[in-house]
Write a protein that binds this ligand. Structure first.
Ligand SMILES: *Cc1c(COP(=O)(O)O)cnc(C)c1O
Length: 448
């Protein structure tokens, strides 16, 4: 795989970025014209380039431009693009059995994935899982399971959260636009409470938890709530790390009130933050954990894992679907867990933080608009505020993103106000590549 990349560009060994045409190049422009005729306008296009192949942290577009990928397909490619072990596992499985539907004829890889999830999610109790196809579908299932288990209807979520694009999950998102506008009526019985966002609210974890809990008790009633669904580090919301003590206080309150605590670790889970699941950093043990993005090494699969008694609340046939826990995707998950152990990918995620965070903090000292550096492991972000008005500065995030694209670095924005740049590289990205990317951001900010 590495050879393919070197064949396209001899410079790939020394630096993974190499822009050889205008951006977008002629072949990307051609594909874009075809896309505009046949692909729904509802599907957004962050970058104007079209990918041809990729390996580790490098994406090569159809014009031969090499991009250093700090998006990781939004935190999916934790083990790196076309990871050799994942490619081998998928290739072997696809020729063996591609689909039976687990409910029709079971197969071992599904069971193995559930064993691995039981072993690696927080908590030392009997756990069970259901496998589905996407993060949003997993969130939907977690809510179904919690409702069935508790016999209650109401669902609590936090401001600045993101949970997907289905009808229920659109109702659970903080941002109405673009996820809900005109798509209603959205599912009811969803209640949004203030989160903990130390950079913006200045509250301690205890104070923020009191605010969240008081709202839910007064406005919804603790006894009516089936589940509280929380991202331990909010993803789309801008990599918001809650204040110390906030999440433990929420878990404690849930348990005192018979509410199922659901950790949406679709983005933060599976090695991304330097722990298998980010809940570990906060010392919490959720009742249910949702995983998706990083677990399949690029193959579509998601899971709800948790306390066996809760997971068993559904009657047979209440959960599942045609493609859920596809054997090829399961084979990919097994190989990802194996890679994490064999190549110490948890250590790599922590290395990304120890290299990138100080480099970003050095930029913060230099550029007054760079107001905050935060995150954990290979889930890091910078937030831009106008230094004069102290208002969010999305135009700066956008300008840096565009500058970086033309220099051969792919970076995503995030945050309710779009003023955050988030970094979700494959954790095997090299220190050299990280520092190179940070120097591109430095150049972009200096050029403003
Ligand atoms: C991406 C994401 C989802 C939705 O996952 P899909 O696979 O896109 O449906 C849900 N929750 C969080 C925290 C996410 O980041």
């Amino acid at each position: 795989m590495t050879d393919t990349l070197s064949a396209v560009s001899p410079s790939a060994a020394s630096t993974s970025r190499n822009v050889v045409t205008e951006i977008p190049g002629p072949r990307s422009q051609e594909l874009h014209e075809r896309r505009m005729k046949t692909v729904s306008a509802g599907v957004s296009a962050t970058f104007p380039i079209y990918a041809d192949h990729a390996h580790d942290a490098t994406i090569v577009d159809v014009d031969g431009n090499h991009f250093l990928d700090l998006t990781g397909g939004i935190g999916v490619m934790t083990v790196g693009h076309t990871n050799d072990a994942v490619v081998a596992a998928v290739s072997e499985q696809v020729a063996k059995i591609t689909h039976t539907l687990f409910a029709v004829a079971g197969y071992e890889p599904y069971i193995r994935v559930c064993e691995l999830l039981a072993q690696h999610t927080p908590g030392d109790f009997a756990k069970k899982s259901v496998l589905v196809n996407s993060g949003a579908e997993a969130v939907e299932n977690a809510v179904k399971i919690a409702r069935k288990f508790t016999g209650r209807s109401e669902v609590a979520v936090l401001h600045h959260g993101y949970h997907g694009r289905t009808n229920l999950t659109s109702a659970m998102n903080y941002n109405m636009h673009p996820y809900g506008t005109g798509f209603g009526p959205l599912a009811g019985s969803v209640h949004h409470a203030a989160n903990s966002s130390p950079f913006h609210d200045g509250l301690s974890g205890k104070e923020a938890a009191e605010r969240t809990i008081t709202y839910l008790e007064k406005r919804v009633g603790a006894g009516q709530i089936a589940c509280l669904v929380v991202e331990p580090i909010q993803g789309e919301g801008g990599f918001i790390v809650p204040a110390e003590g906030y999440l433990p206080a929420l878990v404690e309150w849930c348990h005192a009130n018979g509410i199922v605590y659901v950790s949406d670790e679709v983005q933060s889970g599976m090695t991304r933050t330097g722990a298998y699941f980010a809940s570990e950093h906060f010392g919490i043990i959720p009742d249910l954990v949702i995983s998706a993005k990083g677990i399949g090494g690029g193959m579509p699969i998601a899971a709800v894992t948790g306390r066996a008694d809760i997971m068993d609340a559904s009657h047979p046939g209440g959960l599942g679907g045609t493609f859920g826990g596809n054997p090829v995707s399961c084979a990919a998950v097994i190989s990802v867990f194996d890679e994490v152990e064999k190549r110490d990918l948890l250590g790599h995620a922590r290395r990304v933080e120890s290299t990138m965070k100080p480099a970003l903090e050095a930029l913060q000292a230099k550029h007054p608009a760079l107001a905050d550096v935060r995150g954990m492991g290979a889930m890091l972000a910078i937030e831009f505020m106008d230094p004069h008005t102290q208002k969010p500065a999305p135009e700066i995030a956008k300008a840096v993103q565009t500058h970086a694209l033309h220099a051969g670095v792919l970076i995503l924005t995030a945050g309710t106000f779009g003023n955050v740049l988030r970094f979700l590289p494959p954790v095997i990205i090299t220190d050299e590549e990280i520092l190179d990317a940070v120097s591109v951001i430095d150049d972009a900010l200096s050029a403003l």
